[in-house]
Design a protein around this ligand. Sequence first.
Ligand code: TXA
Ligand code: MG
Length: 342
Amino acid sequence: MNTQFIKIESPEETEKLKAAGKVLRAGGLCAIPTETVYGLAANALDGEAVQKIFEAKGRPQDNPLIVHISCMEELPPLVREIPQAAIALAEAYWPGPLTIILPKADCIPEAVTCGHPTVAIRMPSHPIANAIIRTAGVPLAAPSANLSGKPSPTTAQHVLHDLDGRVDMIVDGGECAVGVESTVITLCGEKPRLLRPGGITWEQLSAVLGEVEVDKAVFHALDKGEKPASPGMKYQHYSPDADVLLIKGSRQAMASYAQNYDTQSTAVVCFDGEETLFPHKTYTIGAPQDGSAHAHAIFGVLRQADADGFQTVLIHHPPRDGVDMAVLNRLLRAAAFQVVEV
Ligand code: TXA
Ligand code: MG
């Protein structure tokens, strides 16, 4: 298939928005920019259109999708109930990088939820994403617009690299601000539970809801046969072709450990100011405590290390709190949970 690539810089470009809306309403696939990562969108109410997403990405059939809306009025038809906690979270953090799991309404096709009685809903804050949802006139099911297993795309060029010829349209809306996927919280259990950390932090969720549990799968590999609350957490994810190792310890300890690795095949991902400690090619991702900078940079750096041909990537283990919880969650998966304490 011939993939159309269009650049939309403002929500005033109505003709281009209409072109994207037309593709979506006709049951096609359109990659769209959001503030987190690029999404691969289809009409969420059209099971056949949604099915194409799984084929284009090579996504496992049991991993459900997030449904994107543009305003609060679009929420009630999609869910069976809206608990007070959802209203409080929406008021605080929507539009923005937060996905809320709620009991699903009958209009949501099986293809979206993969048989779960719940549906994941998010209202993105990116003005182009919002305008495309409004122009399409339907809620949009959209996973990250990468080939399944690869680092999520934070530029339209990343999407083109993975999905050229596999989707109808790619909308280039510039670089994603947050850089990692949305926070996923479920309100369908006894207590609110964080299933995937993201741009809205556990601390921010707790400020609104009080106690918020952190699902075991956020920091730990699941045991064989163990069923995850969020199916996405069981897959090896976000992995570049290179082998990734997370190195936990001081910058000096990491620098001496890195001497075991040759500079030809190994690159280092570290914080600003650490690059001079390594004879290797380094990619810096921001000041040591700047979680937002780490999130913004990390997927692009993983892709760049592959493009530069490195076989091994040593990454300085980020902190566990704030937005870094999301960065650590993704890096643990990219590293297949290989952490070296030095
Ligand atoms: O920022 C984001 O969330 C991006 C942009 C495009 O909005 N989307 C995204 O989608 O990251 P995806 O498909 O890559 O991740 C969706 C996650 C998966 O881990 C999936 O298992 C989980 O949400 N999920 C979706 N529906 C669920 C449900 N009903 N119950 C539990 N987890 C669910
Ligand atoms: Mg994804």
